[in-house]
Each structure stands twice: as C-alpha cells, then as structure tokens.
Ligand binder design. Sequence first.
Ligand code: KIV
Ligand code: ZN
Length: 385
Amino acid sequence: MSTDRLFIFDTTLRDGEQAPGFSLRTEQKLRLARQLEALGVDIMEVGFPVASEDDSRAVKLIAQEVREPVVAALGRCVPGDIDLVGDLVRHAARPRIHTFIATSDLHLEHKLRMSREECQRAVASCVAQARDYTDDVEFSAEDAIRSDMDFLCRVVDTAIAAGATTINLPDTVGYSVPSEIAVFFRTVMARVSDADGVVFSAHCHDDLGLAAANSLAAVLAGVRQLECTINGIGERAGNASLEEIVMATRVRRDLLPFDTRIDTTELFRTSQLLTELTGEPVQANKAIVGRNAFAHEAGIHQHGMLRDRRTYEIMSPEDVGVQSTLVLGKHSGRHAVGKRCEELGYELSRSELDRVYRAVIAMADRGKAAADQDLEEILQRTRPD
Ligand code: KIV
Ligand code: ZN
C-alpha cells in the first residue's frame, strides 16, 4: 500500500458548535479558527449561515482572517442558502461552498416531503449555482448510509456532473460499522462516473462509539477527506474526533500509511482552548486529550514505564503537546515516588523516601493524586532542614 495524502476537514465550528452547550460568540470562534489554522487543518467549516445572523457574521470574519486553510460554510440545496454562503465565503483566500440534501427515503418522505426526482433536480441546480461562486464545491448526501444505493449513486452522479469537487457521504445517525462502511464506499466509488475526478469524504457520527473506526475504515476503502471535530464534539454523541483519527494514522502508519498536515504537538492546546471557550470539560479518560490519557498510576505500570516507556505507552505525550504525565496515587510504588523525587532534584535517604511515600499514600486516601507541585510540598514538609 502506498503512502497517500489525507485531507482533514474540521467541523468543530459548525457541526460541533451546533450541539447543546457548545455555542460560541463570534470572537471566540475566531480564536478557535486561528488555533485550527496553527494545528494545520486543511479545511475548516465555520458555520451554517442561514441558522442565524451571528453565524453569518462569524463566517465572514473568519473568511477574512484565516489565510492558509480552505474556509467552508454549509447551506441546504436551496437557492437562497447558496447565495448567502457564496456571498460570505468569497472573502476567503480559499473559499468552499458545502451544500447538502438528505437522500434517504426516511428523510425525503418524513422530513423534506420531497420525491426522489425533486431531490435530484435540487442537487443539479444548487451545485451548479454554487459553482458560479467558486470552483471548490462540496456536496453531501445527508443520511447517505441509510439511502437506497441505486438512488444515492444517481444523486452522486448528478452532483459530479453539475460540478461538485468533493462528495461527502455522511453516516448522519452513527449507525454504520467499519466493515459495512468500507463496502458502502467501495460500491459507490465503483458505480458512479468520474469517481477519480473528485475527492470522496466520510462524515461519521458517534452514536455507537464507532465514528473514528468507521472513518478509518472509509479511508482504507479509498476516501481521502475525513470530517471530524476537536474533542469529538457534535450533534448527540458527537462526530469523529480529529485527534483520534490523526493519531491513529500516525501511530499505526504500518496499517494506515496516510499523511496529514496536522502538527500533532498542537492537539492538546487546541483541545484545551475548546474546553476553555465552551466551559465543557473533556472526559478524564478521553483518548489522546483526556486528563488520564497518559497518566500511569498503578505501581506495576509506573515501574515498567520508568524502565522503558514503550511498556505502557504507544505514543509519547509530547507528540500531542502534553508535558507532565506522571501522577502519583494509591497504586504507585515506592520506586516511582523515589524516581520522581530524583527527577525533581531530590536525593532521598531510605527513611526520607518512606516518609514521602507515606504522605503520598495518605493524600491518595483523601482522594487526591499527587502531581509535581504536591510532591514538592510534601518534600518541604517531610524533610529535615
Ligand atoms: O451529519 C450530517 O449528515 C451532516 C451533513 C449536513 C454534512 O452534518
Ligand atoms: Zn453531521
């Protein structure tokens, strides 16, 4: 398998921001957009302008300020939406219009009350309209995974013929599993005309906790753009998490030999900024960016880690921008406590180490793990002057 380029499409400021508890003010969105640029995303989707005037303002401002990544905004396959999005993203150095319509019968009949033919006509005219604004147009078939395959392929053909350059097929309700989504993408790509002339994209939701796994399975099937969010935020259970996808390609390069432009040392900082701006904490055991993602507390683990980090670490915390990771708690051994003290510059006698160790355990019994600062305090307290 040859190495290939994978485009990272971040939708934290659109799909992520529209989730309850994650709404941001315009200046906060701009701050996050600047950090996403530093992180190295290829495309950032920064709003759904028809939803509110605030969204429109933020899209325009970010389009004016962000220079390196493509700046995209979302609009339905409705003429008014396309004009609005087109008018806002034209301020970007590299603008993209992202337009979508549902293609599953469930959505067409019960949500849109539209026939398949009407849907197909809307796709043809709106994609062509979008191309009058920019030559970078993405088309998404909402609920693609649950759509009839023959009809979906006709819609994709229509979008490509009308000028779409990226075809995104979302698992809108997080229903798929890796083996199924791989077959799904292979089938569509084999059946539509000019599949080689466009970039196929996956957009997976996490309702079954499979969004990152499904995204990577889609890549192995030929997809070259992944839509994802920082900390995996998004509608309901969220979207595929950017940090998980990117680190999977980095750590398992043997199986996923794809290059991204992401500076992984900015991952933790980006995650923290999002948490700071929204006030929504990340779960402690969240992969890559959670507080415990690199914490080793069990004595046997710490002992192994001190000998060779590879015993319990598949990537180094520094790779994702995390600095200090050793947390001393109830399950830490004397060895780990002594080693950390040594690293902090303290040579301890056996009895001094006993006292420090007992203080760490007492602290853990009160429910608190000892970070470096706590250890310094214990050392000051327990050592004779
Ligand atoms: O989940 C979804 O289907 C979407 C599309 C609008 C891209 O977010
Ligand atoms: Zn979505």
